[in-house]
Ligand binder design. Structure first.
Ligand code: NAP
Ligand code: ZN
Length: 346
């Protein structure tokens, strides 16, 4: 048995809990978890906001740690190596998306690192725990300096969830890109879009975050609650990445897209957004899209890109028993800009 933190019901705070981990099979890697990031999806799941949470629920899918044992068929990792695990631990491996390296869109449904069996099977327990055993093909290499390890953890979800759509929709030199919301995902989006060479405008509801936005890599900051400031950005954006975790008026951002521009939603609020006005789409052939994390190959590409560009997350390191307070602060948009749990504190 190992130590973990679990929610036992939608309304119970997270609390100490013991779980079992299997010994590593021939193709599996056993990782001692050193740090785990706190994603807003952890909160949505622990509180059953998306429905379908299986209890006990052990969240955590921004996992970094040290390999302690490997199965005899494992070639890419050995004990002592640093390793990362993101949102997925398995997928069917033979459908079209899996062949394309887009396991997150697996036609059978990928197995989540926690609350895994969306389509049946056993529950999975995430990174708010001392160790994890994962198939080698779902384990990531970490090439950042070891001293930055805690700040690398959020790349495993917040990093890839912003990197993948920024790449897919072509963020780069000559492109004007908006990032909506400066939380865990948003601050990674600002850093990555800037490193890709785009002109980055941050949209935030928190005037107090404007200075940080510029420091993190935004070229401009727009306070999205100020209608005048919003109007001054009309019809300019090639791409807007919307990371907001709550329902809000999408029209305010659709109006900022130029001809053929796209706004992609990665924020996944529990309640739907009010439906946007059709005219805001048809008049400039604008597109409203969505995107889910990123595949394993692309996650490795993102980690290597971030190592090359010295990109890590801005974090607040916390002890495990601070997690319920961290959730409350996350709900108030009071995170600068990702909580990461020091797992030695469990
Ligand atoms: P977070 O750290 O809480 O950041 C969300 C940000 O949204 C806040 O910091 C705030 O930024 C803004 N915001 C919050 N409430 C708002 C409101 N009522 N109106 C306007 N803006 C508001 O959350 P996160 O971890 O980045 O996650 C964001 C969302 O993405 C969550 O729903 C999460 O489940 C989802 N997610 C999706 C994927 C995917 O694959 N698609 C992956 C990971 C997470 P400002 O203070 O700057 O306004
Ligand atoms: Zn996440």
């Amino acid at each position: 048995m190992i130590k973990a933190y679990a929610a036992l019901s939608p309304t119970s705070p997270l609390a100490p809990f013991e779980i079992e981990r299997r010994p590593p099979g021939p193709e599996e890697v056993q990782i001692e978890i050193l740090y785990c990031g706190v994603c807003h999806s952890d909160l949505h799941t622990a509180r059953n906001e998306w429905k379908g949470t299986i209890y006990p629920s052990v969240p955590g899918h921004e996992i970094v740690g040290r390999v302690v044992a490997v199965g005899d068929k494992v070639q890419g990792f050995k004990p002592g190596d640093l390793a990362g695990v993101g949102c997925m631990v398995d997928s069917c491996g033979h459908c079209h998306p899996c062949h394309e390296g887009e396991e997150q869109y697996c036609e059978q449904g990928f197995t989540g690192t926690y609350n895994g069996p969306v389509f049946g099977g056993e529950n999975t327990f995430g990174g708010y725990s001392q160790s994890i055993v994962v198939k080698e093909s779902f384990v990531l290499n970490i090439s950042h300096d070891e001293k930055d390890l805690a700040s690398v953890a959020p790349l495993l979800c917040a990093g890839i969830t912003t990197y993948s759509p920024l790449r897919h929709w072509g963020a780069g030199p000559g492109k004007k890109v908006g990032i909506v919301g400066l939380g865990g995902l948003g601050h990674m989006g600002v850093k990555i879009a800037h490193a890709m060479g785009a002109h980055v405008v941050l949209f935030t509801t928190s005037p107090g975050k404007a200075e940080d936005g510029l420091r993190l890599g935004a070229d401009e900051v727009c306070i999205s609650t100020d209608a005048k400031q919003m109007a001054s950005y009309a019809n300019q954006f090639d791409f807007i990445l919307n990371t907001v975790a709550a329902p809000h008026n999408l029209d305010a951002y659709l109006q900022l897209l130029r001809l053929d521009g796209t706004m992609t939603l990665v924020g996944a609020p529990a309640e739907p957004h009010p439906s946007p006005a059709v005219f805001n789409l048809i008049f400039k052939r604008r597109q409203l899209a969505g995107s889910l994390i990123g595949g394993i190959r692309e996650t490795q590409e993102m980690l290597d890109f971030c190592a090359l560009h010295s990109i890590v997350s801005d974090i607040e390191l916390i002890n495990m028993d601070y997690i319920n307070t961290a959730y409350e602060r996350m709900l108030k948009s009071d995170v600068k800009y990702r909580f990461v749990i020091d797992m030695s504190s469990i």
